[in-house]
Design a protein around this ligand. Structure first.
Ligand SMILES: Nc1nc2c(c(=O)[nH]1)N[C@H]1C(S)=C(S)[C@@H](COP(=O)(O)O)O[C@H]1N2
Ligand SMILES: [Mo]
Length: 253
């Protein structure tokens, strides 16, 4: 991915020239399209990738969806189930005591049990999940749209990002989405995969799925969702654990 990004940025520079780069950076600033890790390793390249992707996807905003016959026979795993006591206890009880918390800049901080989530309007979508390591698979995900949960909680107009905390947060894994991706109809809190309940290693009891971005944005083993205005005060301040490992906060594909 870093290689591809460098190619894109270099390509943009070659085609557009330096003055156009400056114009694009001004445009990004004007529309607030500055990623939280803009000061990181990739600098202006990150800002341009994010801004360019947002402008390009304005007119074809949905990730491609596939048919049942295209579902992959094998779905690899990246990120084993958390081995901490809290998660293992919930797992041993088949998540009967699990609740997904929604807090932060919402009118009604709330929490949902798995049974409650299953009673909400559901959506199933067959999408492609691509890992930054180079492998991918197509699977059907079933769950509730994050937008539904956000509406139910009543999101403040000050909201800028939605933060996702998994049970392996202590191993430094977490991420966030901007509001455009948070409200996106294909952004799901999935509790089902390929017609069965979400397998443990794929993120039980519930995971995020964000098919417009690389796999690492799709946080598994969810514990808590928090709506914030200032992402710089969360964790490393870069919007995601991924910049700690050299990957960008924005992973649009
Ligand atoms: N909580 C948590 N979520 C995670 C990870 C992880 O290590 N922990 N790995 C991510 C990465 S890098 C990818 S590619 C996908 C893989 O999802 P899968 O295991 O269902 O294929 O989950 C993402 N979500
Ligand atoms: Mo990944």
């Amino acid at each position: 991915m870093p290689t591809r990004r460098r190619v894109i940025t270099t390509g943009l520079t070659a085609v557009a020239g330096v003055s156009a780069l400056a114009a694009a950076a001004r445009l990004a600033d004007r529309f607030g399209l500055i990623p939280p890790d803009h000061g990181g390793i990739y600098g202006v390249g990150e800002t341009l990738t994010y801004a360019a992707q947002r402008l390009l996807t304005m007119h074809h905003p949905l990730a491609r969806e596939f048919s049942h016959s295209q579902v992959s026979a094998v779905a690899p795993v990246n990120g084993e189930p958390p081995d901490n006591e809290v998660y293992q206890r919930l797992l041993s009880d088949r998540f009967a005591a699990w609740r997904l918390t929604i807090d932060g800049l919402v009118a009604r901080p709330s929490s949902w049990s798995l049974a409650e989530l299953r009673q909400l309007p559901s959506r199933s979508q067959i999408t492609h999940q691509a890992c930054e390591e180079g492998w991918s698979f197509i699977a059907e995900w079933t769950g509730v749209q994050l937008a539904y949960l956000l509406s139910a909680a009543g999101v403040s107009t000050r909201a800028r990002f939605v933060v996702f905390y998994p049970f392996d947060f202590e191993n430094n894994f977490w991420d966030s989405l901007d509001m455009a991706d948070a409200w996106h109809p294909q952004t799901l809190i999935a509790y089902g995969m390929n017609g069965v309940k979400l397998p443990t290693r794929h993120g039980a009891p519930a995971r995020l799925t964000v098919p417009r971005q690389l796999g690492y944005k799709s946080v598994k083993y969810l514990a808590r969702i928090s709506v914030v205005d200032d992402i710089t005060r969360v964790g490393n301040g870069l919007g995601s654990a991924s910049p700690d490992y050299g990957y960008s906060w924005y992973a649009g594909i």
